[in-house]
Design a protein around this ligand. Structure first.
Ligand code: KG4
Ligand code: ZN
Length: 333
């Protein structure tokens, strides 16, 4: 069964072709990072135009790379939310046109749910339930208990900023560039995580995340230190604290819910410090940790195709009439 995946919810146009939900034949991403860099964030109107330019040439490239033709595609999975409306509509309209022309099923996919499926895809495994999932990205910070392909109990979410947003804002403040996560990771590589003491918002306060206080604390340190600021140490401290926050909440979930697997996904799951910390936690509790490869952590269409494959039988109504949804909670219809 060949699934074509299409993703365009933010600043990456992506096309993937996968087999039987677990084998990637090809996964291509046309990134707009260089274009948005100078603005320090994604400009929706510019993103839509760039998706439009990129999507059909990328589809042709993907078909060639997988050595198949359009007629070999059995079904099409597409991100229909959440995300930026203009960019989402480019992918969704392309997918609808292809599904209609090829007379093949169309599966609208929730982007955030799909991030979790990337953890299983990276291990060439079909999702096994229940598991504890953590999605950490530029827009989300969701801790969930997954019991089925589209069944999630939301345990915790952020009250304000998402962790990727935190990294992006702090990197901009420090003049390190965009996107923030990778540059903060690189800068903090040889830093001392204990030179600066940062607060751990919502520590021991139950299932809730908050990152805006952390952002303010970091900015205050930069102002107090001025020219004496040790940027490497500050970046190391920031990553240390973020990893501790997530480790604490995942540990709570492991105690509260029966699960043998933790799946961590989303752009911030590429972070080395966070990956190592959660691995330590998983070993302590003797549970499996599924982590996507770095390329499957950030936005990609392979995760969309895989999630579409495993959730195809939950689609109701006429998918050709589905609209793009800017805000779409995980598990909702
Ligand atoms: O999941 P994603 O590609 O896009 C969505 O937000 O849906 O996540 C992008 C976010 C950005 O904020 C970026 O700074 C962050 O992921 N990120 C990282 C790393 N690589 C990307 N954060 C921390 N460490 C990284 N190595
Ligand atoms: Zn994403």
């Amino acid at each position: 069964m060949i699934t074509l995946g299409i993703e365009s919810s933010c600043d990456d146009t992506s096309i993937a072709i996968i087999k039987d939900g677990i084998t990637i034949l090809t996964s291509m991403v046309s990134s707009q990072i260089e274009i948005h860099k100078r603005f320090g964030g994604v400009v929706p109107e510019v993103a839509s135009r760039k998706h439009l330019e990129a999507i059909l040439p990328l589809l042709n490239e993907a078909l060639n790379a997988a050595s198949i033709t359009l007629n070999d595609i059995d079904q099409i999975a597409v991100t229909s939310g959440p995300g930026l409306l203009g960019p989402l509509l480019i992918g969704l309209t392309t997918a609808k046109a292809l599904a209609w022309y090829l007379k093949k099923p169309l599966i609208p996919v929730n982007h955030i749910e799909a991030h979790l499926t990337a953890s299983f895809l990276a291990a060439s495994k079909k999702p096994e339930y229940p598991f504890i999932g953590l999605i950490v990205s530029g827009g989300h910070s969701n801790l969930v208990y997954a019991t089925g392909p589209r069944k999630f109990e939301c345990l915790a979410r952020t009250l304000d900023d998402a962790p990727g947003e935190l990294f992006d804002k702090i990197a901009r403040h420090l003049g390190l560039g965009y996107p923030g996560g990778p540059v903060i990771q690189k800068e903090g590589e040889n830093g001392d995580p204990h030179r600066y003491t940062l607060p751990m918002p919502m520590r021991k306060k139950g299932y809730v995340f908050s990152f805006s206080g952390l952002k303010t604390a970091v900015i205050r340190i930069t102002q107090q230190e001025g020219k004496n600021l040790n940027c490497a140490d500050l970046c190391a401290a920031l990553q240390y604290v973020v990893a501790e926050i997530f480790a604490e909440k995942i540990e709570m979930a492991l105690k509260d819910r029966p699960a043998k697997t933790i799946a961590m996904a989303g752009g911030v799951a590429a972070n080395k410090v966070l990956r190592e910390r959660i691995k330590k936690l998983a070993d302590k509790h003797r549970v499996d940790l599924l982590l996507p490869t770095i390329h499957l952590c950030t936005d990609n269409a392979a995760m969309i195709a895989a999630h579409g494959y495993f959730s195809a039988n939950t689609v109701s109504g006429n998918p050709l009439e589905v609209n793009a949804v800017a805000n779409w909670e995980m598990g909702e219809g």
